[in-house]
Design a protein around this ligand. Structure first.
Ligand SMILES: [Zn+2]
Ligand SMILES: [Zn+2]
Length: 348
């Protein structure tokens, strides 16, 4: 068992010694007892978007051994707060006080985050509205979901920049005398990637990244401060930069292939092969805010996610097969109707 130091005194109200949590609607740390507001602005806010250069010759190892149970003794009530796995922020089970790990115990340093802007009640409404707006959903769905609550979580992400010097070979198709013939081509291009957003955790599903977090505005980043995490769950960064780059390899390959297709500017481009010389890799280790609502339908776990920055919502949902069959029947009836009208029109 490993003892942890955590930030607690900073999260305590200087007025009444109550517990403070981060309030998205006030953009500040607010005391749960007396409502005193503590701003988290710093003189360094403008530096939060700073990127770091990747040095492949300086490999890093995860500075934290997380197979151990990590325990913090609550300064308020003396209870044990257990940090499981990659958890960075917790609430004390005994006094409900927020506990955020001290920077010395977080391993890789998260330098910046985008704070929650969407408050709990708006996220809850957005999740329920999303469910209520689904077509062909089972009628019982809304009542099943209304019992579930959203939970706020900061999830770890990378942003990557790089410059790629690409040489490529490809084939394309042309029409010659009513025949399609295949031609070969080759070329070179330079690509500059800016702020590719890459999940830094296996828990970040495509639903979260592509559904709600595809816009990223570095101007909204703030320097990492435990106060922003108070009252929210958070996962720490636990990948080396090289691991992050590996996680991005597949997406980057797809983007490069699309750019090559655009560069060839012919139809039927296929058989693309390329080499790329990558330079100027820069990265950020950041946290992004997400509301998640978990629910079960017919024993299947599903979730609705709401972006903590601007409320974009996306989710998993069951279909009513009866309603779907009804829609399909209606659709084919319409198509037949349209076809008949079209045919009749043609006869006139
Ligand atoms: Zn207070
Ligand atoms: Zn406690």
């Amino acid at each position: 068992m490993q003892d942890l130091s955590a930030v607690q005194s900073d999260l305590q109200c200087r007025n009444c010694a109550g517990q403070c949590v981060y309030d998205p609607s006030q953009q500040a740390l607010v005391c749960s007892s007396c409502a005193t507001r503590y701003g988290l602005e710093t003189d360094r806010d403008a530096d939060a978007a700073t990127e770091f250069e990747f040095d492949p010759d300086a490999p890093e190892a995860d500075p934290i051994e997380t197979t151990q149970t990590r325990v913090h003794h609550c300064e308020t009530c003396g209870g044990d707060v257990v940090f499981v796995g990659q958890t960075l922020s917790e609430r004390c089970a005994y006094c409900d006080g927020p506990v955020v790990l001290a920077t010395s115990d977080t391993g890789y340093q998260t330098k910046a985050l985008i704070p929650f802007r969407v408050p709990d009640r708006d996220a809850q409404r957005a999740a329920l509205d999303w469910v209520a707006g689904r077509w062909a959903a089972p009628s019982s769905l809304t009542s099943v979901v209304s019992g579930a609550r959203v939970a706020g979580l900061y999830v770890p992400f990378w942003t990557f920049d790089s410059e790629e010097a690409v040489n490529y070979w490809a084939k394309y198709k042309v029409r010659r005398n009513k025949r399609t013939v295949t031609r070969s081509t080759s070329g070179a291009l330079r690509i500059r990637f800016d702020d590719l957003l890459v999940p830094a955790s296996p828990h970040v599903t495509p639903l979260i990244r592509d559904g709600i977090l595809h816009d990223f505005d570095p101007r909204r980043l703030r320097p990492y401060r435990p106060g922003y995490l108070a009252g929210f769950g958070a996962e720490r960064h636990h990948q080396s930069v090289a691991e992050g780059l590996d996680a991005n390899a597949e997406d980057k390959d797809l983007l490069i292939r699309n750019r090559i297709k655009g560069h060839v500017r012919k139809s039927g481009v296929h058989d693309i092969r390329y080499t790329t010389g990558t330079s100027g890799i820069r990265y950020r280790r950041i946290l992004l805010p997400v509301w998640i609502l978990h629910y079960q339908y017919d024993g299947t776990p599903m979730k609705v996610v709401v972006c903590g920055m601007q409320g974009r919502t996306f989710g998993e949902r069951p279909f009513s097969w009866i309603k779907l069959a009804g829609y399909a029947a209606l659709l084919s009836a319409l198509t037949i109707g349209f076809g008949l009208a079209w045919g009749a029109g043609g006869l006139l």
